[in-house]
Design a binder for this molecule. Structure first.
Ligand code: NDP
Length: 328
């Protein structure tokens, strides 16, 4: 048994620390498949884990990184064999189970998703948990029965990871997309991804009225708090909003007015424990629907060494789109 390069989080009397280390293979947790990790990503939750700002990490030491793509090295499960390309997101990776910011991972076979046909490992991580969550949101809206014929769709936090992929996916699905952002300088980029209109997030981020003018029929919200409350208050009759994030806050200072007077629905999106069939459907649709040129335009690639800095800056809302980490 040897060692491999990883980011390790420790919590002790000296404080909460994330640093690069040579991790001992003998310390890997139980699992029937060992994977050589080639790519990971930086999600908002990774920022929370690395900074320790929120109790994301629930085991120490921890290797953070809530998703990875890689190649199977060894498998005691017939579902996978050495050489298979796989990805993993959620299931407690980087929270309760050693995660993706490492050259090696050992995990349960049932957590793994075979790399979808048509995607490279780098593209799969360009999508990552954030992009897959955007697709879960679109699928939830479609299951609910809202359609582009009912009116536009709003995406909040549009310049972020979930938001930028949601803009591209909703536009591809035929929606007239209204992108809400605090970065007006990204308006042209958002229009290139498929936004028909870009609005200032300040329109939505302050306390608002219980009901407002009906402006959209659907929404994908990665922001929460007053923003989600205002999105609901301005959703048209019979519309639906998928809530998947908390970039502004975990609170929801809303009234029941949109629900009981306009029949608006709030759809909850969780990516971590999402059952496998729904996961596979989301990844297959991502491989099929997401234009590779748009995906490239929302992706920045960084070397492993820059991961800790990138994870800290995502919490400041300064990272545009998605970040792929080349583990190497
Ligand atoms: P990003 O940081 O990439 O995107 C968040 C975006 O939200 C920012 O880019 C910014 O967009 C906007 N934003 C940030 N701070 C504020 C604020 N104070 N007020 C209003 N808007 C703000 O993160 P991700 O896309 O990775 O994740 C987005 C959210 O979704 C996070 O809360 C994350 O935890 C959650 N999430 C949930 C999942 C689930 O399973 N439910 C899975 C994945 C993510 P702009 O500059 O355009 O305004």
């Amino acid at each position: 048994m040897g060692t491999f390069k990883a980011i390790r989080i420790d919590k002790s009397e000296a404080g909460y620390q994330a640093a690069f280390t040579d991790f001992d293979e003998a310390e890997l947790m139980d699992g029937d498949v060992t994977v050589r990790v080639t790519h990971s990503t930086v999600n908002y939750k990774d920022g929370l884990a690395i900074s320790g700002k929120s109790p994301v990490v629930r085991r120490f030491p921890m290797i953070p990184g809530i998703d990875f793509a890689g190649v199977v090295e060894a498998s005691a499960n017939p579902a996978f064999k050495p050489g298979d390309e796989v990805l993993l997101n959620g299931w407690g990776l980087g929270e309760t189970h050693l995660g993706g910011y490492a050259q090696k991972a050992r995990v349960k076979a049932e957590w793994l998703t075979p790399l979808p046909k048509g995607l490279t490992r780098a593209q799969a991580m360009a999508i990552g948990t954030a992009g897959y969550t955007a697709m879960l949101s679109l699928l939830a809206l479609e299951r609910h029965g809202v359609t582009p014929a009912m009116g536009p769709a709003i995406v909040t936090g549009a310049s972020g990871g979930v938001g930028s992929v949601a803009v591209a996916l909703l536009a591809k699905a035929g929606w007239r997309v209204i992108a809400s952002t605090g970065r007006p300088q990204e308006a042209d980029w958002l229009k290139g991804l498929g936004a028909a209109e870009v609005i200032d997030r300040n329109e939505l981020s302050a306390p608002g009225r219980p009901l407002g003018k009906e402006r959209w029929a659907a929404g994908v919200d990665s922001v929460g708090s007053h923003t989600l409350a205002n999105v609901l208050a301005q959703t048209s009759y019979g519309g639906a909003v998928a809530a998947c994030g908390l970039a502004q806050g975990m609170d929801l200072p809303a009234s029941v007015a949109p629900f009981i007077l306009r029949g608006v629905s709030l759809l909850g999106i969780d990516s971590v424990m999402c059952p496998q069939p729904r996961r596979l459907a989301a990844w297959a649709r991502l491989a099929n629907d997401l234009d590779p040129a748009k995906l490239a335009s929302l992706t920045t690639t960084i070397p492993f060494e820059q991961t800790i800095d990138a994870a800290r800056s995502i919490l400041d809302g300064v990272i545009r789109g998605r970040v792929v980490v080349e583990i190497g």
